[in-house]
Ligand binder design. Structure first.
Ligand SMILES: NC(=O)c1ccc[n+]([C@@H]2O[C@H](COP(=O)([O-])OP(=O)(O)OC[C@H]3O[C@@H](n4cnc5c(N)ncnc54)[C@H](O)[C@@H]3O)[C@@H](O)[C@H]2O)c1
Length: 338
């Protein structure tokens, strides 16, 4: 490119940027409106912040764009060159998260990526660097953080109402989601409980051991992961896509009581030697609304940090990576997480 051509390109780029800025005044975009992304689109529209919808399947993008009266696009480039966005959600399949998010961040757009942050820890590190370099927020959809049942347990554990936490168990079961083709149950499902276990303990595990196999799916469709925390604390995470009904339960054993919880019912029961209490919840809240409000508040500068940091999300990916490796080698994997 000659100097003159370069100068002309710069002029065109800044003109394009000006047109983009004039054209619109912020808001949130969404990329990927398949099974899960369409729920995000609905909530963003209810919040009045949905600005644009992108899906490589233009029919999906168009039909939701018409429903919510926003522009629809078939490509990320087309969307970000046309609309000025404060933030964007990435709800595409796991193995696309890295490239799609990087492009957004390089265009100074705050990013919320659906879980897991990325398939490989190396890619997560690159994403964190890109966010820092471009001074944008990068967060990830570990939605159980916004589940009232999880928040109640976190409060009980922080206040040590029932003593010290010793061990946890998580059970997440469902029919196999036929459309997931790029990852198995560890990256798709167990990651939720890996994040919640770290959140509850408030520390990171040093060792991972896992068993996993596949019956119906091309990747693993059942797994049990054991995470070792400190000298003698443990979380056992069992997930499968074999059970024909949806189960999402957990239990937390403390020195002076046990908490049983249900992620779906958003309910906990606390038992100690003399009593059993199930706190009443009068109205169920949609964790998705709380999660998106958190992201929108960060993009508007109302709060400085998102609930789920990119480092925490990267650590979940590193543990998932180790669990998969452990299930293949039969050995425990020792970690040194940041
Ligand atoms: N937090 C949760 O509870 C939860 C639940 C379900 C799914 N998810 C996550 O959401 C993400 C999407 O899952 P899903 O079940 O909706 O998948 P899906 O396959 O139903 O939808 C993905 C959509 O992305 C589109 N797409 C793919 N690549 C694209 C690209 N480069 N540009 C534009 N569009 C593209 C596809 O056309 C499709 O419509 C995954 O990361 C998954 O792990 C999270």
């Amino acid at each position: 490119m000659t100097l003159l051509e370069g100068h002309q390109k710069d002029l065109n780029d800044s003109k394009k940027k000006l047109e983009r800025d004039d054209f619109d005044s912020g808001g949130i975009g969404i990329i990927g409106v398949g099974g899960w992304g369409k729920n995000h689109a609905r909530v963003l529209a209810e919040m009045g912040v949905l600005k644009a919808i992108c899906d490589m399947d233009i029919m999906k993008a168009k039909s939701l764009g018409e429903k919510y009266n926003v522009d629809s696009f078939a490509s990320v480039d087309e969307m970000i060159n046309t609309k000025k966005l404060d933030g964007c959600l990435v709800c595409t399949p796991t193995k696309t998260h890295h490239l799609v998010s990087k492009k957004l961040m390089e265009n100074k757009i705050n990013v919320f990526v659906e879980k897991p942050l990325s398939y490989s820890f190396k890619e997560c590190e690159e994403m964190i660097k890109t966010a820092k370099k471009n001074k944008v927020v990068l967060t990830c959809g570990y939605i159980e953080r916004f589940n009232p049942a999880v928040r109640d347990v976190k409060k009980i554990l922080s206040e040590k109402t029932y003593g010290e936490v010793l061990m946890m168990e998580f059970h997440r079961e469902n029919r196999m989601p036929l459309h997931i083709k790029d990852v198995g149950i560890i990256y798709d499902t167990a990651v939720h409980d890996i994040d919640t276990a770290m959140y509850f303990f408030g520390i990171k595990p040093q060792v991972v051991f896992a068993r996993a196999g596949n019956i119906f799916h091309s990747f693993e469709d059942f797994s049990t992961i054991i995470l070792g925390f400190g000298v003698d604390k443990v979380a056992v995470i069992s997930s499968n896509w074999i059970t024909p009904k949806k189960v999402r339960k957990f239990s937390v054993v403390c020195t002076e009581g046990i908490i049983n919880g249900d992620f779906i019912k958003q309910e906990i029961t606390v038992e100690d030697s003399g009593s059993s209490i199930t706190p009443r919840r009068t109205n169920l809240v949609e964790p998705l609304s709380l999660e998106l409000k958190n992201f929108v508040d960060v993009t508007k500068g109302k709060i400085t940090d998102p609930e789920v940091s990119s480092r925490e999300a990267a650590n979940v990916t590193k543990i998932a990576e180790a669990a998969l490796l452990s299930s293949k080698t039969g050995s425990p994997i020792y970690l040194n997480l940041e």
